[in-house]
Ligand binder design. Sequence first.
Ligand code: MN
Ligand code: MN
Length: 288
Amino acid sequence: MKAGYIASRVREKTRGYVEVGRPVIDICNFVEDNIKKLGGAPAFPCNVDIDRVAAHYTSPLGDPTVITDGTLVKIDIGVHVEGYIADTAVTICLEPRHTAMVEAAEAGLEAAIKMVRAGVAASDIGAAIENAIKSRGFAPIRNLTGHRMSRYIVHAGQSIPNIGGTNGYRLKEGEVYAIEPFAVPRDAAGQVIDGAPSNIYRFLKKRKVKSDAAKKMLKLIQARHRSLPFASRWVVGGVSGGAEAFGELVEGKCVHSYPQLVERSGAPVAQAEHTMIVESDGCTVTTA
Ligand code: MN
Ligand code: MN
């Protein structure tokens, strides 16, 4: 609940901070600094996903990317308190033409939240999301899903599809889910494919590395982030030879590198996301 409260506060504060000309790295730092100020820690790097990038972009050190006019900007925020996670996202619409698509993603999320309770099938939630988005003239992204979360784990197995008919798992009381519908124009592919590296990583395995700097860095990563995703800019800055040491860890497969997830046909993508706790007769949205 505390993580959810922090994530919600930071999300609302960030809405007004995203504007044309704003460097993306400033948005990442703004979100992550505000999470810490409120007593949380980032559960993953702040994602700033523009237009056809649906998920998994964060700034590297020295990122020159700037927010430009006419774009759709998804801000995806993860907060944890002692490993308990809240995950929430909002789409900032700098292109009036896309307002209805942003509302369709939000309507999908609202429809899902209304259905969440112990015993409901994940596929029925997916069908409600699909129906809400399609009835507004848009399409959901079929191969992105919501996900169960557990302590220090963002994707804890079960998923909540954004379409009907594919997942018969029934939600259990006390489970925590992040639900995240994505909407695209009806004539888009409605699928994401792997794109360029995201600058987001996760500790994978302690393996032999040559340099002492890399050894030390891996130890620090494991202690600080455990199984949670982290940004390269969190670990390479302020250390001499940091970039080289980190390169060794990626090369040696000690850390996993996430790709950006990009809409296959290049269409702009809208997203909405909340985290909720499943109860016997409904749910509590922690990020409301
Ligand atoms: Mn998210
Ligand atoms: Mn999520």
